[in-house]
Design a protein. Structure first.
Length: 101
């Protein structure tokens, strides 16, 4: 269903890669925000509580990125271009060119 990551087609996203990218970004953003809030004296939270929250944020955002990439891949692989009714890929939108062959 999802295909291989890095298959060279250029039309799909790797769910694991996108999940990791979103997860790491969200986790780093949370840690930086907590550090800033602690520095400003606005947060009364320990680093151990922050680590647990960061783990939860990583898991949730990884799953979000994974699902988004999987849905995108499913749409790209299943849907055909509106103008392309042909099965052999000779239409302009199927072969990536501006006009019919």
């Amino acid at each position: 269903m999802l295909g291989k990551c890095g298959n060279g087609s250029g039309r799909t996203l790797c769910p694991v890669s996108l999940g990791l990218a979103v997860g790491i970004t969200a986790t780093l953003a949370l840690i930086l925000w907590v550090a800033w809030a602690m520095y400003q004296g606005e947060a009364d939270i320990s680093w151990s509580a922050t680590a647990l929250k960061a783990l939860a944020v990583f898991v949730k955002s990884f799953l979000f990125g994974f699902v988004v990439a999987a849905i995108y891949d499913c749409i790209v692989s299943r849907c055909k271009c509106v103008c392309c009714k042909c099965k052999d890929g000779s239409c302009a939108c199927c072969n990536g060119k501006g006009s019919k062959k």
